[in-house]
Design a protein around this ligand. Structure first.
Ligand SMILES: CC(C)(COP(=O)(O)OP(=O)(O)OC[C@H]1O[C@@H](n2cnc3c(N)ncnc32)[C@H](O)[C@@H]1OP(=O)(O)O)[C@@H](O)C(=O)NCCC(=O)NCCS
Length: 133
């Protein structure tokens, strides 16, 4: 499985994917800010936002990408954030996801190194992005 062909080398891709735990899809009560996209009882995407307005990332299963699921998750996060009277949303986008966030009104700030919480440490380039609500 390789969602990022041509963007990152295999070491970074493997480290990133090792942090995506599909058992997270089962949660809800203890993580009220995490949204799950379900289809026929299957979790096919998720997204989360902290009380500060920092989006933890939006993920859609490779087989279900480019169907509008990511947009729906982001719009739901935006609606909740407006209800919570947040002024803006921010996130660190993976390189192939930048155009997705741009299409939904986010502005690029700068490219930074993101340290993955894995041993030994691996870092990846991401783009800081922000959207005023
Ligand atoms: C980025 C991601 C969440 C997008 O989810 P998605 O459900 O495929 O996106 P959508 O179908 O809702 O796309 C909405 C719009 O975003 C833009 N877009 C989405 N993917 C794009 C791509 N790869 N390149 C350019 N534009 C893209 C398009 O304008 C699209 O509208 P259109 O299909 O009508 O042209 C998904 O590709 C993904 O999970 N990627 C891997 C994990 C990842 O890197 N997540 C980001 C972490 S910060």
């Amino acid at each position: 499985m390789n969602s990022f062909p041509g963007y990152y080398d295999q070491k970074i891709i493997a480290a990133f994917l090792s942090l995506i735990n599909t058992s997270r899809f089962a949660i809800a009560p203890d993580q009220p800010d995490r949204l799950v996209a379900e289809w026929n009882g299957l979790a096919i995407g998720d997204g989360s936002v902290r009380p500060t307005g920092k989006i933890g990332g939006i993920y859609v299963s490779a087989r279900h990408q480019r169907l509008g699921i990511g947009r729906k998750l982001l719009q739901a996060i935006e609606a909740k954030s407006r209800e919570d009277r947040l002024a803006s949303l921010s996130l660190e986008a993976t390189l192939p996801a930048v155009e997705f966030y741009v299409s939904l009104g986010f502005k690029r700030r700068k490219m930074v190194e993101h340290l993955l919480t894995i041993t030994p440490l691996v870092s990846m380039c991401v783009v800081e992005m922000v959207k005023q609500l």
